[in-house]
Design a protein around this ligand. Structure first.
Ligand SMILES: *Cc1c(COP(=O)(O)O)cnc(C)c1O
Length: 432
């Protein structure tokens, strides 16, 4: 019989940490990774045959759940016609049209293979267009692992408490200015000091990589006016939030008009596909029209585009999905809060649409510092309990939990019932 431990040992010999992306390893939650055999709808199955209710959804892309038939069929059909040509195909324009129909601020876009590549390319374009070198990012926001953006980043860096990565040149890191999230005063000060050297302010409008952290209205207001005042471009990283918090992304929710937008995750329907786009006058500065170079052998890959199109077409045809997901997620977080409350653990749950995070801290979470007050040791215990009970969560406190359209009330009830049983043996707070 297959077993995850044995597969992990084999993987460790050939793949650093046994994984192809660090947080998967489970170090932060004191657990070895489970190897996955397959997924179906709201469920994931490990190689031992154990079934889990999946609240990770491949870290965001799978809003329709696993192996959703129309997506699987679109992939198969595209693959049969040939998987890559290095020449344009009609479907790429179709996908761009569909994205633009929901995101008015993205009249032009380029397809790439990952969110990292999209963020890196948007930064290069912003630098090229403004003839400025500096960028401003917010502590705890994650924009992929390009050199300039691995400073005070969220996701894996928050999980492993790394201020930045080794191997990113100091001279490059010096060009990245960091500001606390949700802190309009600091933003104002930093821009007053160096605003005329800043090519772009890049931000997750809704932060999903320090756990889910929602923007304060005054932060959104500052983002609407301040960068523009100093001639800095605003780059909205909607890799998670695009088509997750609604059709118009977070920029639609908060009526914000970014100069450039980064998309990924959902728009690829579970295949490697992402995009950056925005103002026509900026996008036309890309080669072959302009002097900012950006390219890719597999960019706009027909199979990935087919998966993305099938996903976005399904969402477009069923707008009720977002309403249902919001209601189901509220049911989930309410139930979860009662379970944790019953154990006597102080906690805070953030939620927006189908995104949510349980923090083991009684205080409001509004930036990285307040997120890091969460008891991560306790999160580890919660993760292990949940996994042993058949509930699949992200192996880090500093990630967002997602529901998918494959969930029903019964799925949420099942997850809560499984957790309730598992939590019977969960520790209660120490008595001082
Ligand atoms: C996942 C993510 C990225 C990076 O995308 P990859 O496809 O993993 O390179 C960038 N920004 C945000 C907000 C993300 O959540």
């Amino acid at each position: 019989m297959l077993d995850s431990s044995a597969l992990y040992k084999e993987a460790l010999k050939l793949i650093p940490g046994g994984v192809n992306s660090p947080v998967r390893a489970g170090q932060a939650v004191g657990a070895e990774p489970k190897f996955v055999a397959r997924g179906q709808g709201a469920y994931i199955f490990d190689v031992e045959g154990q079934k889990y209710v999946d609240f990770v959804g491949s870290w965001g892309p799978l809003i329709l759940g696993h192996a959703y038939s129309p997506v699987v069929e679109a992939i198969a059909e595209a693959a049969r016609l040939g998987s890559s040509f290095g020449a344009p195909t009609e479907a790429e324009t179709k996908l761009a049209t569909l994205i633009h129909s929901h995101l008015p601020n993205v009249p032009m876009l380029r397809l790439v293979n990952s969110g990292t590549e999209a963020a890196m390319s948007a930064i290069r374009l912003a630098r090229g267009a403004t003839s400025r070198d500096k960028i401003l990012k917010f502590t705890g926001c994650y924009h992929g692992h390009a050199d300039s953006l691995l400073v005070a980043a969220g996701s894996g860096l928050a999980t492993f408490s790394l201020p930045s990565s080794l191997g990113t040149p100091k001279s490059l890191a010096e060009l990245t200015i960091t500001c606390p999230y949700n802190d309009p005063e600091s933003l104002k000060e930093l821009l007053a000091k160096a605003g005329d050297q800043i090519a772009a302010v890049i931000v997750e409008l809704v932060a999903g990589n320090m756990g889910l952290v929602l923007p304060k209205p005054e932060f959104i207001e500052a983002l609407k006016t301040l960068p523009q005042k100093y001639g800095a471009l605003l780059i909205a990283d909607e890799v998670i939030t695009g088509f997750r918090v609604g059709f118009g992304g977070a920029q639609g929710l908060y009526s914000l008009k970014p100069d450039l937008t980064i998309l990924g995750k959902i728009i690829g329907g579970g295949l490697p596909l992402a995009a950056f786009g925005g103002r026509r006058d900026l996008m036309e500065q890309l080669a072959p029209l302009g002097g900012v170079y950006q390219a890719g052998t597999l960019s706009g890959n027909p199979v990935a585009v087919a998966a993305g199109l099938a996903t976005l077409e399904t969402l477009t045809a069923n707008p009720q999905i977002y309403i249902d997901l919001t209601a189901l997620t509220e049911k989930w977080t309410t139930g979860l809060s009662s379970l944790i409350e019953a154990k006597g653990w102080p906690h805070t749950i953030t939620r927006l649409g189908s995104m949510n995070t349980l923090f083991f801290s009684p205080d409001p979470v509004y930036d990285l510092a307040s997120a890091q007050k969460s008891d991560t040791r306790l999160y580890g215990a919660y993760f292990r309990t949940a996994r042993a009970s058949g509930v699949w969560l992200p192996p880090s406190q500093f990630e967002t939990t997602f529901l998918s359209a494959a969930f029903t009330e019964a799925t949420v009830n099942e997850a809560l019932a499984r957790l309730e049983i598992g939590l019977k043996n969960f520790p209660s707070p120490p008595i001082n």
